[in-house]
Design a protein. Sequence first.
Length: 298
Amino acid sequence: MTDISWFEEDRSAEIVSSRTGPAANPRLREVVNTLVRHMHAAVREAKVTPEEWMTGIQFLTDTGHMCNEWRQEFILLSDVLGVSMLVDAINHHRPNGSTENTVLGPFHVANAPEYPLGANICLDGKGEPLLVRGRVTDTEGRPIAGVTLDVWQANEDGFYDVQQKGIQPDFNLRGIFRTDADGYYWFRSVKPRWYPIPDDGPVGKMLTALDRHPNRAAHLHFIVEAAGYDRLVTHIFTPDCPYLPGDAVFGVKQSLIADFELVDEPGEAAKLGFSSPYWSVQWDFTLAREGQLRPADI
C-alpha cells in the first residue's frame, strides 16, 4: 500500500511540503516550502477564521482585477508591506561608501529623451525651480566619465506624466544625462514634493483600514549606469518633507537624504533661466565595480 501522509493540524506545513516531487526545481522547492511553512505558522498563530480567510482571498482577487498595462497593484501591495524594499536590500549589498540602492517604483519609463548637461526637464512650468548637480566616482574617489543618469520625478501636483496623459506633456520631468570627462553632471528641474501612491484600489483600502497614510516622501529617482559598474537604482530625498519618516513604501534610507539649499541670488538665477529664489542640491554618486566585495565578504 502506498504511504500517504494524511493531513494533521500540527504537521500541516510539513505534510504539504512533502508532496513536492523529486523532479521539482531545487530553488523552487526551497522558496515554496519556506512560504508554506511561514504561511501555516501565521494562520495558526492568528487563529484565522474561515470568514477572515475568504476576506483575504477576495482582497487578492480585487488586487488582481485592479492591474492593467500601467498599474500593477500587486507591486503596490509588495511596496506598502515593505517586501519590495527587503528584496532590494538583500540583493544589493555593496562596498562601504557606495551609494545605496532603493526601489525602482512603478513609474519609470524606458527611452526617455537624452539631454545635454544643463537642460531643464520640467516641461509644464509648474513648481519651484531646482538646480541639480554633482559628480559620479568609484569607491576610490576616481571620477567616471560617460555615466548615464536616467532621472524622473512627479510634478508639482503630485503626479507622474504617465498618470496624466493629455494633461502633462509626454516625458515631463524625465531625462537622461551623461557625465562629462571629469565625472560631473548637472541639470535643471523643480523641487520634488510628496505625493500619494495610487490609493483608489484595494491596497488603498487596506492602508485606510490600518490607519496608515498613502504618501511618499518627496524625491527624485535615478538610475545610474556605467560599463563595468553595478547598476544603481536610487532616490534622493528632500530633508524638509513631512512624510520623510513615514514613507508609505519604506523607500527612505538615511544616507539618501540630501541638503536642498534655497538660493536668493537674482543674478545666478537669471543665468540659469530661473526666477529668484531657486533651490539647489549637490549630490555625488559612488558606484561599486561589478563583483566588488564589501570588507565583510572577504
